[in-house]
Design a protein around this ligand. Structure first.
Ligand code: DAH
Length: 349
């Protein structure tokens, strides 16, 4: 037994002396001194030795335990000294090694396009308005000339948030038109501001849709609103042509078709000549026209409801589908990718 103890220490001592970090020392400590380790096993075996051999064996086992403990402590001190020395002299630090790569985030395509459009419109004197995503039925519908039970409500499948039907997730950024117009009416009344008033409202909207490649329950729109004296369809066309020039970097032909939206009169669907082809492609479904946005002259009922005299003022409004525009711009074929958070998609921008 005593021989076993001597011969046990030598390899352990050698391992401790060769250890180059705390992890190795800790491993040796676990294998020897910790509960279940070799020294602990030896100590546990002593009571089963013949009586006369026990005292010496016990003494040696304790010596072994102390020797290992001392060797470990010494090794730890050695490592600490070494680390301090390295720090002091800068040894082991290679300044030519490249640093750890930090992955930089990028702008989401929706954010990039929104910012671009904000720059474009603010340069034309528009302000950027914001409004709540949880909206009242009043601002989302009623103030926009869509009374309760009006069939036009069926055009937008609405998420309702309460049983009385007072709160909705806004189905369009047009809801902020009503808020903006009311603010404008206050400002005009107080003599603090005089039209023309120009605003855009980029933001998230919600519809209770069955989702597929071209439908998503949450998507982005950008509303536009201009109020002034004798604002006409000509002004609307001018603004839309400037918008297209900004987005596609060149003149793009447009056409208006009649469209019905309760908050505008007359209302239009504005089509743009397909910017991607001359004789028809998959984006314009071979027609050379793409349906770009609905728009029109603000309905007098809406102005009236928001406190602006339709005899004095008129305006135009448009509802740009931001998600759709981003898809067109980058050739994205599934709207669900936009809010998927999928890095394989996002890292392409
Ligand atoms: N708010 C409408 C929608 O989301 C779009 C719209 C149509 C907005 C005509 C307008 C407009 O400003 O004039 O379906």
């Amino acid at each position: 037994m005593t021989e076993t103890l001597e011969s046990l220490f030598e390899p352990i001592r050698a391992r401790i002396a060769a250890a180059t970090d705390e992890d190795e020392l800790r491993k040796i400590e676990r294998e020897t001194l910790d509960k279940g380790g070799t020294v602990a096993a030896l100590l546990a075996a002593i009571p089963s030795l013949p009586g006369p051999k026990r005292p010496l064996a016990g003494k040696r086992a304790n010596e072994l335990k102390n020797a290992i403990g001392a060797a470990l402590a010494e090794a730890r001190e050695r490592l600490a000294r070494l680390a301090m020395e390295r720090e002091r002299t800068g040894a082991g630090f290679d300044p030519t090694l490249p640093g750890a790569r930090i992955s930089r985030g990028g702008l989401h395509p929706l954010v990039a396009v929104t910012r671009e459009l904000e720059d474009l419109f603010t340069s034309m004197g528009y302000v950027v308005l914001d409004g709540p995503e949880i909206e009242t039925d009043y601002h989302n519908f009623e103030a926009l000339n869509i009374p309760r039970d009006h069939p036009a409500r069926d055009m937008q499948d609405t998420f309702r948030l309460d049983l009385e039907g007072k709160l909705v997730l806004r189905t369009h950024t047009s809801a902020v038109q009503a808020r903006g117009l009311k603010r404008l009416a206050d400002e005009i009344r107080a003599g603090r501001f005089a039209p023309p008033f120009r605003a855009i409202v980029p933001g998230k909207v919600f519809r209770q849709e069955t989702t597929d490649a071209s439908h998503e329950h949450t998507f982005h729109q950008m509303e536009g609103l201009v109020v002034g004296k004798d604002v006409s369809v000509g002004h609307l066309i001018g603004a839309m042509k400037t918008l297209l020039r900004g987005v596609f970097g060149r003149e793009i032909e447009i056409r208006l078709r009649p469209g019905y939206f309760p908050f505008v009169e007359p209302g239009f669907e504005l089509d743009a000549r397909c910017p991607f082809c001359k004789e028809g492609c998959s984006v314009c479904k071979r027609s050379t026209w793409i349906e770009l946005l609905p728009c029109g002259l603000v309905h007098p009922n809406v102005l009236q409801e928001c406190g602006i005299d339709p005899e004095h003022w008129s305006g135009f409004a448009f509802g740009l589908g931001l998600s759709r525009l981003v898809m067109l711009r980058y050739g994205i074929d599934d709207v669900r990718l936009l809010l998927s958070g999928d890095l394989r998609f996002l890292e392409q921008f």
